[in-house]
Design a protein around this ligand. Structure first.
Ligand code: MLT
Ligand code: MN
Length: 310
């Protein structure tokens, strides 16, 4: 499989349009050790020609322009696309808004849990994706499926599984207690494998907590992309950016005893890569002490355009 990171940032990207925090302001000024980042999405192919997107970020148009493998092929129909499917891990704006970029009458398949496809169904703007061309397929837990494009399977198998998370921001029910109305299926992780099941990796761009089922699943995994939103739980508050902790936003942080670095360390994961990294995160800065801590713990910070073969 070939994996390409189309975007590595959390919602808002880097710089974020209304943010003058250290990282956003720094990247605008061309500060060394800071690169712009678009919002998180990964593209995967087995055969090198048919691609599945893991989430469709609001930056998808530019991400496609920046990725020659995702351009229409020159000897194809006047309109064509190598993008054959999109798999959604939640209903957040930074996860689904790119679907609107994929209008224009191109056939492909959208996969999501019943909860996430319910979000699309209840927002009629997504009907711009003509239902005769763009199939929506419900993913069920414990049922790995062959990802299909308009002409059939594309050589990738995916299994989705529940992870602790949160209902999308715009659906939060503040009267529903601490869970804000979150239900199972609002946030999922993905196990992505080749059709033969020989190679696989995990894609978990949003995760509130490492629970026992997730721990068991990730044990010994060869490759993991994981939620890198925040370095510390309260960094957005400390930086005066937003009055919310990571906990409140449904994201575990990297550092500390209960952070992802410490929690995932005993699981023997082969290659560990943070993605969905918020513009407040000091580990985004090359040369920062936080980046050094992340790297000395064996983690990588993904970047737009990062690619690998598994
Ligand atoms: C998140 O990951 O917490 C969301 O993308 C937040 C948002 O919708 O802005
Ligand atoms: Mn997000």
């Amino acid at each position: 499989m070939m994996i390409k990171v189309l975007g590595s940032a959390a919602g808002g990207g880097l710089p974020q349009w209304n943010c003058n925090g250290r990282n956003s302001a720094g990247v605008r000024k061309g500060a060394p050790g800071l690169a712009p980042r678009s919002q998180a999405s990964v593209a995967v192919t087995e055969d090198g020609t048919q691609w599945v997107l893991l989430n469709a970020a609001p930056d998808l148009r530019q991400q496609i322009n920046d990725t020659p493998e995702l351009h229409p092929i020159s000897d194809g129909a006047p309109r064509n696309s190598p993008i054959k499917a999109v798999v959604l891990t939640n209903g957040d704006v930074d996860t689904v808004a790119g679907l609107l970029t994929l209008r224009e009458g191109q056939p492909f398949t959208v996969y999501g849990t019943a909860r996430v496809l319910g979000v699309l169904a209840s927002n009629s703007i997504f009907d711009v994706l003509d239902a005769r061309l763009v199939k929506r397929v419900v993913m069920e837990f414990g049922r790995p499926f062959a990802v299909e494009g308009p002409l059939g399977p594309i050589g990738i198998t995916i299994e989705d599984f529940p992870v602790p998370g949160k209902v999308p921001l715009y659906l939060e029910d503040t009267k529903a207690g601490a869970g804000l109305g979150t239900q199972v299926g609002d946030t999922v992780g993905l196990k992505v494998a080749d059709a033969a099941g020989k190679r696989h990796f995990f894609y978990i761009p949003g995760c509130a907590k490492l629970d026992d089922p997730l721990r068991a699943r990730l044990k010994g995994a060869p490759l993991l992309f994981f939620d890198g939103t925040l370095y510390t739980n309260d960094e957005m508050i400390a930086q005066g950016l937003l009055n919310k902790t990571g906990e409140r936003m449904g994201h575990m942080n990297m550092s500390g005893n209960t952070g992802s670095i410490a929690e995932i360390a005993p699981l023997g994961v082969g290659r560990k890569i943070f993605i969905h990294i918020n513009n407040s995160n000091p580990a985004l800065r090359e040369g920062s002490p936080e980046r050094a801590t992340v790297e000395s713990a064996g983690w990588e910070i993904s970047y737009d355009g990062m690619q690998m073969r598994v």
